[in-house]
Write a protein of this length. Structure first.
Length: 279
C-alpha cells in the first residue's frame, strides 16, 4: 500500500538498533569496533548496499547509462520527499497557493512539483540568494529572502502579502528550524494545509493556541518520504525529467567520493544544492 512511510515500525527499523538491522563489523574485535548499519544514514554512501528485496525496483526500462544512475540516485529520498509531499500529502492543484519553507533539495523539488501541478502561486522562502534565484527558474512565482525583510515586517507578514493577504493554502516546511515552522504555521490561511517534512531538533515542542487552531480550521500534519510508493513514484519522476518538467540536473553536482568534505561545505553554504558522491 502507499502507507509504508508511516508504518508502525518505520522509526525503529530506520533509526534505531534492533535485531532486524544489519550490523557491519570491520574486524572480530569487541563491540567498540561495530558499525551499526541502518537503512538511513551511512548506508546511503556505500559503494555496495545490502537491501531487502521489497526495496528493489527494476530500472532496466528507465536507465540508459551509468550517468543516469548517478543523476537519479537522490530520487528515492530528498527529491521524492519534496515532490511527493506536494502531490501525495498536500494534493496540491491549480487552485492552490503553495509556500515552501527552505530551498534545499527537498524544497526545490517541491517547487518543481507545484509547477507540475499548475498551482497558481508558488512561494519559496530561503536566505541564500542563489537558491532564491534557482527557485524562480524552477517555477516559483515569488520568493522571500528571510534575511532581508522590510523594517517591522515579520516573515509571516511577508508570506501573507504574496498570497492575497490571507495566506497560502498549502505550507510545507522543509527546514525543521523552529522559527520557520512557527512562521509557516502562522501564515497559512483558514482551512489551509501545513505539512512538516524537515527534521526539527528532538527536544523542540511547538505551542499551539487550541481555540485559534480550531477557529482557523488549519490541518497540521507530518509526512515522511512524500508519502510516496517508490516503485511507482520514482519512475514517474524519471519520466517527468525525460519530458523536461522536472530538471533535477539543475540541483546536483557530481563530486568524487574523496571530496566529501568539500561536498559538505558546499551543501551547508548553499553553493551546491545536492552534491552526489561518485565512485
Amino acid at each position: 500500500s502507499n502507507g509504508h512511510s508511516h508504518c508502525p515500525d518505520f522509526t525503529e527499523l530506520n533509526f534505531t538498533k534492533n535485531a532486524a538491522s544489519p550490523i557491519f563489523t570491520p574486524s572480530k574485535g569487541g563491540d567498540e569496533n561495530s558499525i551499526h548499519g541502518a537503512f538511513f544514514g551511512q548506508s546511503s554512501f556505500a559503494s555496495l548496499s545490502i537491501v531487502r528485496a521489497c526495496s528493489v525496483v527494476n530500472a532496466k526500462d528507465l536507465i540508459k547509462s551509468k550517468e543516469d544512475l548517478q543523476l537519479f540516485g537522490p530520487l528515492g529520498c530528498g527529491i521524492q520527499t519534496g515532490a511527493g509531499t506536494v502531490i501525495n500529502a498536500a494534493k496540491a492543484t491549480k487552485d492552490d497557493i503553495v509556500c515552501i519553507m527552505g530551498l534545499g533539495g527537498v524544497g526545490l523539488s517541491a517547487i518543481m512539483a507545484a509547477k507540475i501541478q499548475g498551482s497558481r502561486i508558488i512561494i519559496g522562502v530561503d536566505r541564500v540568494q542563489s537558491r532564491l534565484e534557482l527557485a524562480k527558474e524552477l517555477g516559483a512565482t515569488h520568493v522571500v529572502d528571510g534575511s532581508a525583510l522590510k523594517e517591522g515586517q515579520s516573515l509571516t507578514d511577508a508570506i501573507k502579502a504574496l498570497s492575497e493577504d490571507l495566506g497560502p493554502t498549502v505550507v510545507i516546511d522543509t527546514t525543521g528550524a523552529p522559527p520557520l515552522i512557527q512562521a509557516g504555521f502562522d501564515s497559512a490561511r483558514n482551512k489551509g494545509r501545513v505539512i512538516q517534512v524537515g527534521s526539527s531538533p528532538f527536544d523542540f515542542n511547538m505551542s499551539i493556541n487550541m481555540f485559534a487552531f480550531m477557529m482557523r480550521g488549519v490541518t497540521f500534519s507530518g509526512a515522511i518520504e512524500g508519502q510516496a510508493y517508490p516503485p511507482e513514484f520514482v519512475p514517474k519522476m524519471v519520466q517527468w525529467y525525460r519530458d523536461g518538467k522536472f530538471p533535477v540536473d539543475k540541483l546536483v553536482k557530481f563530486m568524487a567520493v574523496d571530496q566529501f568534505e568539500q561536498a559538505l561545505e558546499e551543501m551547508h553554504s548553499g553553493k551546491t544544492i545536492k552534491p552526489i558522491l561518485t565512485y
